[in-house]
Every structure is written in C-alpha cells, then in structure tokens.
Design a protein around this ligand. Sequence first.
Ligand SMILES: *Cc1c(COP(=O)(O)O)cnc(C)c1O
Length: 411
Amino acid sequence: MPLDRAACAALDRDDPLAEFRDAFEIADGVIYLDGNSLGALPKATRARLADVVAREWGGELIRGWNTAGWITMPQRVGDRIASLIGAEADEVIAADSTSVNLFKLATAALALRPGRRVIVTEPGNFPTDLYILQGVHDLLGDRVDLRVVEPDRIEQALDADTALLLLTQVHYKTGRIHDMARLTAKAHAAGALALWDLSHSAGAIDVNLNAAGADLAVGCGYKYLNGGPGAPAFLFVAKRHQARLRSPLSGWMGHATPFTFGDDYVPAPGVERMLCGTPPILGLAALEVGVDLMASADRRAIRAKSMALGDLFIRLVEHACPDQFTLHSPRDAQARGSQVSFGHADGYAIMQALIARGVIGDFRAPDVIRFGFAPLYVRYVDVYDAAMHLKDIMDSGAWRDAAYQTRGAVT
Ligand SMILES: *Cc1c(COP(=O)(O)O)cnc(C)c1O
C-alpha cells in the first residue's frame, strides 16, 4: 500500500517549499495539475499589473520607457531567467514567443555553419518546433534539409552535413529528459551547434546550459515560470556566439542604437541583437513577478519535490487503478521532468470527468492524460486526492457520461 492521506499531509508539513503555495491564487476545491501548460497566478501579479497600468502607463505615459525602466525589461527579466537555467545574465533576453524565438535562432544558426545544410530533430517533438523548421525549409529551400530521426538514432544522425541539433530537453507528452550535456557534446564533435527548447524544463528541473556547453536555447514564460497566458518567452545565446549571430528578424529593437533612427541596420553588440520589435510591457511585468518568485525558491528543493510528487502519483494510480493505464512517462524520476502521463483509449473523457471534479490536468492526442506537478504550489495531499478521484471515476464509470465525450478546441 502506498502512502495514505495522513502520510501525505506529513510530507506537506515537512516540505521546505510549503510556504510558496500561499503566494499563488488557487481556488478552494481545485487541484491544479496543469502548471506545465499554464502556470497558476501569483498573488503579487495582481498588484504589480494594477500598478503598471495605473501608475506607469496611466501616469508616466511615454516617459515610462525611461522612468519606469520599460526599455530594459527584456534584459532585466532575461537576467533573472538566466539564474534559473545555468546561464550568465547577459546571455538571456525575454522576448517574443517560443515559436518566434525558435525561428530566429534556427535560421541564425544555419548562417554560423556555412556549407552545412542539415537540421537534426526528432519526430513527436512539440508541434511548433517541427512546424517552424518546416517553415525555415520552405523559406530557404536547398539551403536546409530536415533530418527527423527517432531519439535513439540522434547520435548516428549527426555528421559533417549537420549544422544544428534542435531538441526539447523535457518531452511535452511523456516528460522524458534528454541528456543535454551528452547530446550537445556529440553535436559539437560533429561540428554542429545545439539548440535546446527548455519550455518544460525551466522552473521544473535543473537546467545548466553553460555546464552542458549549449549554444542556443529558447523557452516558455507561461508554464513553470508562471508568467500568465501568452507570456513573453525567452532565448539564450552563449556569449561565444553573440558577436556573429545575426537575427533574420532584424527589427529596430535589436539595433545597436535604435534611437538614432538611421536607415541601416547595425546589430546591438550582445544578446539584445535578437530582439525584434517593441517589448510587451504588460506581459513582461507579469512574467517578472513569476520569475522572481521562482528565483527565490531553492532549485534543489524544487527538483527533489518534483521527483517525489511524480513518484507518488505513479504509485498511487497503479495501486488504485491496477492495469487500467499505461505509463507513458519514464518510471525513473531522474529521467522524468515534472509531469506524469498515462495512456488510456478513453483518456479524453476521463480527463473531462476529472476536470468536472476540480482536478485539472490535460489531454494530448491520441490517448495521453497528462498531470503536471508544479513544485511551488502542488501539495502531496493534492496528488493523493487526485489519484483517489481518478480511482472513483474509473470504479464508477462516471467518465462514460455523455457530457465528457465532446472535445473542446483546446484540450
Ligand atoms: C509550450 C511549448 C512551446 C510553446 O510555443 P509558443 O510559441 O508559446 O506557442 C514551444 N515548444 C515546446 C516544446 C513547448 O512545450
């Protein structure tokens, strides 16, 4: 028998991160297991956004670019994100969306490897990562070739034609973690660059870009960083590449001196050259609150708790619902991000029945129910209660209700 509820409550009492839960707004009766898709609302975000709107925008008007420090927000928020991902402060900026940052960095990386045409990635990568590469291919034609290979064939696929290896560190559907240091070293041995998508890593697992020798990275602001729906994303360029990397979206905010209003594009010296247009200040203000909160938590405690919550959920579900679900995530916590996925042919309806009871996870086609464990606000008792709700839904057949069979636009 896995832990009972009282034992889970005891783990919560001993949790070094316990105090963080109160920093978030989570309604009574809601067990929020989707922080890997949209992080919860930090309480401080309300006041910060109200202040940015009323005092900075309303009061300062255009002066706010200087007086409220808006113009340097991409760097300021990037500096804080850098501290979460093992990067130097001047290697990260907050900007655009993950998709747009992927486009900028993948395209720019090709130019750093003239004569090499191949971008290696894996099938089943997050769709936008593959779609953006397909768009780069459409744009550049013969200059680029995509080599989409199964994860166990990535190393063999890296060769003298490879310009870039693009991988997502933590797989969005299964939570499987790629060995960033080893694969980056293999890419370098082949003469290629490595671009890592950290969307499901930043704020969830230990990321150490510079220790791994990573060249480029992108990541998401609205998942574990709790920046709010559609929050700005971030990008990383290792210092050694900054002077040569050219953005294909050479907008004025990436110019060395935007306010000289010259006719010719001259890239800014550092990572700022990867900025494009005017930064979204309201979005950055919300992101800054989320990132500051995350940066104030102990990273080792975050990772330890993320592994413990996932282990607990797997044990509880397999005990409570024997043989009903297929585990799609690595059983070994070291190899798993902060999420657990189970397969079931009726996964969609089962997840809808859970959501109707306030247990919010999500569904990923064709058959995956996915549960994210954001260590700052998910408690051990939440994991226990979620597993018991799942058991009840399976035992009673409640998921068969017609109301749970119709799919919404967002699953
Ligand atoms: C969430 C996620 C994205 C999101 O991209 P957007 O541009 O914000 O829509 C990209 N890549 C991965 C791996 C993700 O998990």
